[in-house]
Design a protein around this ligand. Sequence first.
Ligand SMILES: Cc1ncc(COP(=O)(O)O)c(C=O)c1O
Length: 369
Amino acid sequence: MIPVAEPCLGEEELKNVIEAVKSGWISSKGKFIEEFEEKFARYCGRKYGVATSNGTVALHLALKALGIGKGDEVIVPTLTFVATANAVTYCNAKPVFIDSHPEYWCINPDKIEEKITPRTKAIIPVHLYGHPCDMDLIMEIAEDHNLYVIEDAAEAHGAEYKGEKVGSFGDISCFSFYGNKIITTGEGGMCLTNNEELAEKMRILRDHGMNPNRRYWYDEIGFNYRMTNLQAAIGVAQLKKLDEFVEKKRQIAEWYAEELKELEEKRIIKLHPEMPWAKCVYWMYSILIEDKAEISRDELMKKLEEKGIETRPFFVPMHVLPMYNMGEILPISEELARKGLNLPSSVNLKKNQVESYVICTLRRYLNYE
Ligand SMILES: Cc1ncc(COP(=O)(O)O)c(C=O)c1O
């Protein structure tokens, strides 16, 4: 089976893990944690990094640190992984869903203002499948309405908006290092910020809320959201390869785009977009199967699976899920979810695997051999 994504781990990850094990520091203290936090923050152009046990809790921690709570509303895209919306719900706040931009699939900034109420406290733009959101427009809306911005950059390590790294825009930005992400620590996440006070608040909340000046004194209810030194040991090694992984992802995207552009011209499919202001990292190279195709998206996925090619359907929009369904219709995201497909995008892929096998098989089923 050619997987949609798989980790790319090597000798250096192993060496660091062995070092951590030999040192005995295998829990959430140890030299690799701070090193990973500092280096990843610097990579993204931020001052402080707070490593967490996964990306979901990174979002929860960020919301908590900003004081989001009961009765508050937080603007999120409807087309995202469920964790973005759930993190808001964990705070007893309400996620308010925004439709996708028809061209680049992330949150549509033009649809945000109509959903802002006196209860709105924050916006969480998600850089979906590696494509950055239009951050200028989002930051402008946030400023006009005095809202916090938390970037969900779980799927977009190394992506850029107008030459600046994603994760460097909001009050806090959150990353995931799950096994299928561009760099991984197995499970893992991180919050980044330039605000020292917020960083300190997140460190305290990550460690049960313990007062840093008084052991076993807790001013509020916190969490155990710490990353282990073992995870960070892998992260430090992975981070060295991030630029190389990003280039490989972009190379894979070129292979797909080059071979499939003819199908796009015929409006059989739509290729993964990259706006002129964006450097997309194509976490998962994605296409839309248009209605003109002779095979449905789901049928195509089944056929590809039979041929040993793993694919994934797009996320189901949040406003359609039972816990969030209020009967709202957000047509662009619904259409994207119906048509969208993630193709094999692992950095381990070879050119001939993509061109001679994945693309050839895809073309055959789309009747364009
Ligand atoms: C957009 C987005 N946000 C948050 C998460 C949650 O991260 P984790 O799986 O590390 O909890 C993920 C992915 O897993 C994601 O894709």
